[in-house]
Write a protein of this length. Structure first.
Length: 81
């Protein structure tokens, strides 16, 4: 198990101790949840980039230039930025 620092606000005392089983299990669950959230965030970023690229390609297929795309959809981020 790993160490936990306990700080008692009323006395200012700092105590270091081993995590108990419940704290260790919660810590591991928190680490796993954070890892899963990071993976989902990265996947969402990939999906967003693909959607932006598809939107830009579609607009260009309709005859819009990069400048026109940037003016109409400034948050889309056309390639010439």
């Amino acid at each position: 198990m790993s160490q936990v620092l306990e700080i008692f606000a009323d006395t200012g005392e700092i105590m270091e101790r081993e995590r108990n089983a419940e704290e260790a299990a919660q810590y591991e669950a928190d680490i796993a949840a954070a890892a899963a959230a990071e993976i989902e965030y990265q996947a969402a970023q990939v999906r967003l980039a693909a959607a932006r690229a598809a939107a830009i390609e579609h607009a260009k297929g309709l005859g819009f230039t990069d400048e026109m795309i940037n003016v109409m959809y400034p948050n889309l981020g056309a390639p010439n930025e």
